[in-house]
Design a protein around this ligand. Structure first.
Ligand SMILES: [Zn+2]
Length: 171
């Protein structure tokens, strides 16, 4: 703010140069990615990677890749500040755990679907409908759902009758 009066002083120094207390040259490598109004963005990157390393990495990259590299470094730096031990690996492994848990749930739900279909097929043949149904591999599920889902559904409705009541009669 107090650096006015220089020739190029019209624009404020970028967040990096401001933090490093140096003059922000016109071709400053940081300026396009660390605007003055986001000081925290550079502060974390500087703390984790060091300004000269960031400078070096950006210089080694073609200009069109620098924006992505900066986003990546900012993400990693913020994660490292939040979690000094694991950094973004912490986020990755917690997401991986969620994936594992959800895949387990999915497998259990799919097993239950298979189980219900087998039960439906059993009651299907028990009632004597559609003699050749097991060999009809087209799409048995929709046919079964349509005609023979009732017995199981009725049982469920008895169990949570209370929660069903309102929505059943409101329409
Ligand atoms: Zn600068």
């Amino acid at each position: 703010m107090k650096e006015s009066g220089r020739k190029q002083g019209a624009a404020p120094p970028c967040a990096a140069c401001k933090l490093l207390r140096r003059r922000c040259a016109q071709d400053c490598v940081f300026a396009p990615y660390f605007p003055a109004d986001e000081p925290q963005k550079f502060a974390n990157v500087h703390k984790v990677f060091g300004a000269s390393n960031v400078n070096k990495m950006l210089q080694e990259l073609p200009v069109h890749q620098r924006g992505d590299a900066v986003s990546s470094m900012v993400y990693e730096a913020n994660a490292r500040v939040r979690d000094p031990v694991y950094g973004c690996v912490g986020a990755i492994s917690s997401l991986q755990q969620q994936i594992d848990a959800l895949q387990t749930q999915l497998a259990m739900a799919q097993a239950e679907v298979v189980h219900l279909r087998v039960r439906q097929t059993a009651s299907f043949s028990h009632h004597g409908f559609g003699p050749g149904s097991p060999s009809n591999s087209g799409s048995p599920s929709s046919k079964l759902m349509g005609s023979q889902a009732k017995p199981i559904f009725d049982m469920d409705m008895v169990v949570d009758h209370a929660s069903f009541g309102e929505s059943m009669w409101s329409c």
